[in-house]
Design a protein around this ligand. Structure first.
Ligand SMILES: [Fe+2]
Ligand SMILES: [Fe+2]
Length: 164
């Protein structure tokens, strides 16, 4: 179905984000398992719980706006997850993989922050008053997660690889 109006765009973006969050609920347990630093593993576990709530929140948004979510696949998140998984395959567990996981997770969070910033703006313009606080709540969780990962990145013990 062609997207003709801002409201069509909103439904499309909402559905795309629903797919992105569902993909995150499948990838975050893998990141938690791959992490060596227990604080990093627990940050991923915490965000997994939040992400499950965000999936439900998107269903509430759709209901509040009286729209139906479409079946679409978020190719952006699919690519980010794929890149992360290839790093997990290529790097031995330890400080280097942890650094890679933090960087990858921050890329995903930034993607989500941009997504929810745009969804909030569209909801505001379309007068979806009930949806706005729901979308804002998720935006704030994504920002807090990004900040937490940033702190872990700073604290990470990254040893310089020495040339043999
Ligand atoms: Fe999310
Ligand atoms: Fe997130």
């Amino acid at each position: 179905m062609p997207l003709k109006s801002v409201s069509d765009l909103f439904i499309h973006e909402l559905s795309d984000t629903y797919s992105a969050e569902k993909q995150m609920t499948r990838s975050l347990p893998k990141l938690a398992k791959a992490a060596t630093n227990p604080d990093l593993a627990s940050a991923f576990e915490t965000h997994l719980e939040e992400t499950r709530g965000q999936v439900e929140r998107l269903e509430q948004v759709a209901e509040a706006c009286g729209v139906k979510l479409k079946r679409v696949k978020c190719a952006g998140m699919e690519g980010l997850v794929e890149e992360t998984m290839s790093l997990v395959d290529e790097i031995e567990p330890g400080a280097v993989l942890d650094a890679a996981l933090i960087g990858s997770a921050q890329k995903a969070e930034h993607y989500e922050i941009a997504t929810y910033t745009s969804l909030c703006l569209l909801a505001k313009k379309l007068g979806y008053g009930e949806a706005l606080p729901l979308l804002t709540a998720t935006l704030e969780e994504e920002q807090a997660t990004d900040a937490k990962l940033g702190v872990l990145a700073e604290a990470a013990q990254i040893e310089e690889a020495t040339q043999a």
